[in-house]
Design a protein around this ligand. Structure first.
Ligand code: ARG
Length: 465
């Protein structure tokens, strides 16, 4: 073996031959985990500060470590850092460079810790930050939805079940349904954040360390709300990353459902909305085309995040305690889920306030589908007819309208009265779209005044975040 090559490894002491070249590349993670450099440096600075307070290293050593790490961060950010696959991962790349820069003191940084608790700390710091970014984008998206809703409490559209016209709703009510989905995504992310925000450092390789360390100090320095209770658990479980991916997958599912609606609604057949040109692309062959690429991509990308979630669940399943190298595979799915979620949220937060709504097309669509049939049945019930009988009467009336190509509101009173003598002139109040909306006047209903109140409540709760 070449002693020289092997000596480059920070763990090379007990080895008698150099790592196989393929194995070296195969086991390295630096190509993807260098993304964690800022968190790794922040964690190392807090660790060094703790070592100095506990008199495990001197104040001077601590100072030169911190200065060295700051310089390394600048080198990385200036694109001047030489990442080496031979040094395996982000942790050993930075540590080796530190020792190269400051000598002996650099070799003391790893006292009382292991890459196992180090990497777990880095991922938690990273994920906490990414959750905060996702929450900021969600807030922007929710604010966009609120302003869209506010403008459309009087815009009537068909509410659908089975994608068939069902009952009239106001467009604001539909928009607020989206808002509610994202509100639960926010709550889920806030909840995940609590379990992410726990410090593993101090667990060392798996059993803790023999030095008199001060974990509470490190936690405070890094903004963690608590320290982990069990060292074996701290270095091994990635459930917090799995939970994040689950929350991200659900949020992507919501974005995907909304995408589907935007795609359908912007088709010529519906024409309910117009997506701004800057969120669409054309066809290379059909000059007339304007395709809803952004929502289509978001709908497609929701599949990747589901994949990331399954990858992490499968990675964790059946791992014995404590750390196993399997866990190095946690990063790429997690990064992919983060990038995908942030990108899609950003696209939607930008796009939603720019949607153009075609209220006339919505109104025309709801006027066609006998959307007020339930209102007519409810009207008959209020005149003393049992609901099942009312249902039958209205069914017959709809059949007549279909044959005559008329809406219920266009049927002459005399015709309606043939179906039930309980029908009087006031029936046309309930057959109108506005009457139908206004009648659903309770919390959660589509009456414009209820929707306005819901918007006000939502605005307040978003402003408090
Ligand atoms: N690159 C490793 C990871 O991502 C760091 C921890 C390595 N620990 C070890 N004992 N090999 O998980």
């Amino acid at each position: 073996m070449s002693n020289e090559t092997q000596n480059k490894k920070l763990w090379g002491g007990r080895f008698s031959e150099a790592t196989d070249a393929f194995v070296e590349a195969f086991t390295a993670s630096v190509d993807f985990d260098q993304r964690l450099y800022a968190q790794d440096i922040a964690g190392s600075k807090a660790h060094a500060g703790m070592l100095a307070r506990a008199k495990i290293i001197s104040k001077n050593e601590c100072q030169s470590i911190i200065q060295g790490l700051d310089e390394i961060q600048q080198e990385i950010e200036a694109g001047q850092f030489n990442w080496s696959v031979a040094l395996e991962d982000v942790h050993m790349n930075i540590e080796a460079r530190l020792t190269e820069k400051i000598g002996e003191a650099g070799k003391k940084l790893h006292t009382g810790r292991s890459r196992n608790d180090q990497v777990a700390t880095d991922i938690r710091l990273y994920l906490r930050q990414m959750i905060d970014l996702a929450l900021a984008e969600l807030k922007r998206l929710q604010q966009g939805l609120l302003s869209l809703a506010q403008q459309h409490t009087q815009t009537v559209m068909p509410g659908f079940t089975h994608l068939q016209v069902a009952q009239p709703v106001c467009f604001a009510h539909h928009v607020m349904a989206w808002f509610e989905m994202f509100e639960r995504d926010v709550q889920r992310l806030l909840d995940v954040r609590k379990r992410v925000n726990v410090l593993p450092l101090g667990a060392a390789a798996l059993a803790g360390t023999t030095y008199a360390i001060d974990r509470e100090y490190v936690a405070k320095e890094l903004g963690f709300a608590a320290v982990s209770e069990n060292s074996l658990d701290a270095v091994s479980d990635r459930d917090f990353a799995i939970e994040f991916c689950a929350a991200a997958a659900l949020c992507m599912t919501h974005l995907s459902r909304q995408s589907e609606e935007l795609i359908i609604w912007s088709s010529q057949q519906f024409g309910f909305i117009d997506l701004p040109d800057r969120f669409c692309t054309g066809s290379s062959i059909m000059p007339q085309k304007k395709n809803p690429d952004v929502p289509e991509l978001v709908r497609g990308k929701s599949g990747r995040v589901n994949g990331d979630l399954i990858a992490l669940l499968t990675l964790m399943k059946a791992q014995p305690l404590a750390y196993n190298k399997d866990n190095q595979e946690d990063k790429e799915p997690l990064f992919d889920a983060v990038d995908t979620l942030l990108g899609c949220l950003r696209a939607f937060a930008d796009m939603v306030p720019a949607l153009k709504v075609n209220a006339d097309a919505m109104r025309a669509a709801v006027s066609k589908g006998y959307a007020t049939a339930t209102d007519l049945a409810d009207y008959l019930v209020k005149k003393g007819i049992a609901f099942r009988d009312a249902h039958e009467i209205v069914g017959n009336a709809v059949a007549w309208c279909e044959k005559e190509s008329k809406d219920l509101s266009e049927a002459p009173l005399s015709v309606l009265q043939e179906f039930s003598s309980a029908i009087e002139k006031d029936v046309f109040n309930v057959l109108s779209l506005e009457g139908s909306l206004a009648a659903r006047d309770h919390i959660g209903g589509t009456a414009p005044r209820q929707v306005l109140a819901a918007i006000e409540r939502a605005k307040k709760s978003v402003a408090q975040r």
